[in-house]
Write a protein that binds this ligand. Sequence first.
Ligand code: SF4
Ligand code: SF4
Length: 223
Amino acid sequence: MIITTAKQLDNLFDVLKEHQCVFLIGCGSCAAACHTGGEEDIIEIKKVLEEHNKTITGYCIPKETCHHLLTRKELIAHKQDIDKSGCIMVFSCGAGVQAVVSFYEDKEVYSALDTLFLGNVHRFGKFSETCSMCGQCVLNKTGGICPVTRCAKGLLNGPCGGAKNGKCEVNPENECVWVSIYERLKKLGRLDKLVQFKEPKDYSLKRKPFHLNITLPKKNNKE
Ligand code: SF4
Ligand code: SF4
């Protein structure tokens, strides 16, 4: 899930200072789960903006705002209310905001959230980052625990030697992930993997922005 947090209200008022009428767009998926862009959150922020004399012409919550087809459907359904607004404020991750931007050449679209990371959900409100989508996964070599993301130095051949009592020297609140990797590989009887040299990653493969077009195999009509 993509983890987001709400920007400070001052920040929102600052970007909205030139606009009276605003249309709000949430996200029924990740942002709803983070309590930053679900229906309750949009109703709450709508109230706050109205208390500050803004006119909210309407709102919608696409199922997944990053999904262009789903978002487009919602935008068409709310066209009249959107047309009445001077700008749109989106409560989703950056990908959702840009999906909305792609549909409007002549209307300003603002982001109301900060997008933080791809996160695991432990329980409501408790998220952790375990994968930074590096494009060359090394989990099979590290007992299924990611050093690229969970080691503060991103070491592929750790540890760095600075850990104390199993804690990371950079942030002692965190476990040293290389201690976790060692312990897991030991339990699995695969400490041999720990001493295998892990080749440097080829960062040239991670050329941004990524695009992926999946072509489905053609159905065999004879079947
Ligand atoms: S190595 Fe880590 S950051 Fe890269 S894809 Fe695997 S889990 Fe994600
Ligand atoms: S103490 Fe462990 S987690 Fe922290 S930087 Fe060193 S190897 Fe990485």
